[in-house]
Design a protein around this ligand. Sequence first.
Ligand code: WT7
Length: 663
Amino acid sequence: MTDANQQGAAAPQQQAIETMQVEERRFPPTAAFAAQANAQPGIYARDFDELWATEAGRIDWFEPWTTLYEWEPPHAKWYLGGTLNVCFNCVDRHVEAGRGEKIAFHWEGEPADELVPISYVDLQRRVVVFANALRKLGVKKGTAVAIYMGMVPELPVAMLACTRLGAPHTVVFGGFSADALSDRLVDMGCEVLITQDEARRRGTTVGLKVIVDEALEAAPGVRAVVVAQRTHGPVAMTPGRDVTWDAACAGLSDDPASCPCEPMDAEDLLFLMYTSGTTAKPKGIVHTTGGYLVGAATTHHYVFDHKPETDVYWCAADIGWITGHSYIVYGPLANGATSVLYEGTPDFPDRDRWWEIVERYGVTILYTAPTAIRSHMKWGAEHAAKHDLSSLRLLGSVGEPINPEAWIWYREHIGGGRCPIVDTWWQTETGMILITPLPGLTTTKPGSATKPFPGVDVAVLDEAGEEVGPGGGGYLVLRRPWPGITRGIFGDPERFRDVYWSRFPGLYFAGDGARIDEDGDYWLLGRVDDVMNVAGHRLSTIEIESALVSHPLVAEAAVAARADALTGQAIVAFVTLRGTAEGSLAMMEELRNHVAHHISPIAKPANIVFTPELPKTRSGKIMRRLLRDVAENRPLGDTTTLADPAVVGELQERAAGENAGEE
Ligand code: WT7
């Protein structure tokens, strides 16, 4: 970031969110990368229909589709008339093509001596046996199945077995509570639940089956529970309802002919992924079969420059989120990838665990989230330096805007300065990456997700629905459908219209702010609900946070606004320092001046609260809504989705202390 103040003054009038951050570093692709890249010049000029018709050829269809898409906002349908099976595309066809011995997953347990290579033929056998077990439990096309597991091999096996039978699934992240689980079971009408006895976590175990038992008291529709034995710990089994994975599979065939892949309509329900909304009731985001699979596979191929013969790909997300569905399971397997699947946390037993894994398998492509990158920054680069990371050739980021300094740190300390970084913007609802660099083509800028994926039509609008010119900030919308677009909120078409289609009629409103710069590159500004209004200026959180993170002693920062008699709202920053640095009044002044200098005096935080941890959701996003409550000294709203509820209590105490000191 450089001299930003002038830019603020020069920004256009017409904008819904003011943007002030300027980032001048540029990273053009190398000639060597460009020459071998999957994305070649010309891809952006491809005709929309040609693109999605051709890319559909990545998938094997039982019956060819006849109509590419139908679009009557908010309803999209893709590949009408086509039939296919997801499990066939992800597993069987690779075995049939003679690639059965290729590794699908290098599974690694949290205990570092548990390393299990799973080839495509192994995966097929496991899936077939388990699909036969599900069939015996009465699961057939259309039966709703829930999966509540940690990152064990049985998790993708269970998902694929469901898709083989045509049974829609919902995977509930293994960190969710009994209430969150039962809400989802009831909403989807699940009849069968697949879980495990206990999950491994940081050297100890966490009971999942006990949570299931509690959840099922409120979800009487679940008639059968399959329990994989990860730890063989003692768990209660309810006779007539619960069965272990092994017992359910005993004596069943692993011959693919014993359990053929069910032909599914392109628009049949594939899965629901629940995502939290502004009300307590989670939204069951609907994804269907054909468009979703084409979208996931196509973006995985181009965005990650994936070469099935040589790459070792690792998406370090949890399968319980959409990232894991699209870019651990369905996209990579459809493309015949060899992936890493890791059960544990990045810092167990030590903070170099990830880098040990990269070295062990020769990982070439790594996809993770800014929150993880900032944790590694906080811990220090020495952990990565202990390992040979020279196999890496491409890095990816998803989940939040990435602060430019975190981007640079990732590039230098993990990518050795040689790997392109793809900062990929998308959502549970979009199913697939929509704004992203294409490696080999795009000149990247730290903090920018750069360009819409080919065929994706994005715009940034002001309050009145007019396009904001270059440099201005506003609301991100999509004007044209894409194959992976959600088909709705399960059972609630009105809410679907309300949430996504009512702000700008006929357009999909993502809920995010964004800015387009002079080169046509997109900068995501965070959720519009988080925008602050300071002395009449509408400011996004991310720019101020990134200015703070650009200070050499800051690892993470989050800002929120509190009411202020003079300016309407005043900015409160919550800052985590790197390593052993300590917060002080002098440090606070230094950081306030740093923000004033790097962005604008308008953006100067009124107060800074130093904290060892920020409140985050279980998927790693900073919860600014709670920080607003803390900043306002209000009772906290819903804290059930927090990863670590203790963090915010401590923060309240610190904030109270600081405010007292200020008065
Ligand atoms: C929201 C969607 C999509 C997989 C993970 C999250 C934010 C996501 C980026 C990015 C800036 C990003 C947006 C979006 N987001 N990726 N590269 N740059 N913001 O899925 O939980 O549905 O969250 O995450 O705010 O709307 P999700």
